[in-house]
Design a protein around this ligand. Structure first.
Ligand SMILES: [Mg+2]
Length: 253
């Protein structure tokens, strides 16, 4: 969200920091949605000719995502941020807005003006052919859900995760990829905010924050690299934020 133009995340204060700075939500302690996975672990010991169960534990884990669907079996998972990665939104009137989303805040309806990053339609269509697509945003669902309804014209976004699925780490909304229920070696996140992938920098493809530059080409520029990433055994061996450009060139050769 724009620092100067306010945010559409439904926070009490319309300042740009709310996408990353929790206000009154302690999201880290909240329960997570998703399916229930039960790990049943046991050890079987034989001693003195007698067999007995030494212990058994039932461990519950709740992943953020449902199990991968049959249509996406074998695909890697592409996690996309929303604001300033795919779109920019503002409470202030944007004449060239691609769409307007009404959001209720404290019993009042506010219009949110949304502009799409150049190339986002083509980018989503191509990525939807290659990956299981997740949009993971630190914004609230009452804003992000209707935005995605309008943005996802090719219906490629399989899962939507909102603020309550973020982890509050020292005041930042971190997107903890270890909780989504996909193998990290097969998971990639694209996010304009490095704090979002603080726990998993080697799963990240950085992208600049986009507000309104009509000449921006970053989404389209990423397509060949992301096409190549579908073929690697372990994305973490390729993605390294501290040395991103040389790594990207290597894989494109
Ligand atoms: Mg963002």
């Amino acid at each position: 969200m724009s620092q100067s133009q306010g945010t559409a995340d439904g926070g009490q204060t319309l300042t740009g920091a709310v996408e990353q700075k929790p206000t009154n939500l302690n999201v880290g302690s909240k329960g997570r949605n998703g399916n229930l996975l039960i790990d049943f672990e046991f050890d079987y010991f034989v001693s003195m000719g007698f067999g007995y169960w030494s212990y058994s534990t039932i461990r519950e884990r709740r992943w953020l995502l449902d199990p991968i669907g049959p249509e996406h079996t074998g695909r890697k998972c592409l996690v996309l941020d929303l604001d300033e990665t795919l779109v920019h939104s503002s409470f202030k009137l944007i004449q060239q807005a691609d769409f307007v989303v009404p959001v209720e805040i404290e019993s009042q309806i506010h219009n949110v003006y949304v502009i799409k990053r150049p190339g986002v339609d083509h980018f989503l269509k191509k990525m939807g052919e290659l990956y299981e697509i997740v949009v993971f945003t630190a914004s609230l669902s009452k804003y992000a859900d209707p935005v995605l309804d309008m943005l996802d014209i090719h219906r490629v976004v399989k899962h939507r995760l909102f603020r309550e699925s973020c982890y509050n780490h020292k005041g930042n909304y971190v997107k903890d990829l270890s909780q989504i229920g996909r193998e990290l070696k097969d998971t990639i996140i694209i996010d304009n905010s490095p704090a979002s992938y603080f726990f998993h920098p080697t799963n990240a493809v950085p992208i600049s924050s986009w507000f309104n530059d009509p000449h921006d080409t970053e989404l389209l520029d990423l397509i060949p690299f992301l096409e190549d990433l579908t073929t690697v055994e372990d994305v973490m061996m390729v993605l390294d934020c501290s040395n991103e450009e040389p790594q990207r060139e290597e894989i494109e050769e």
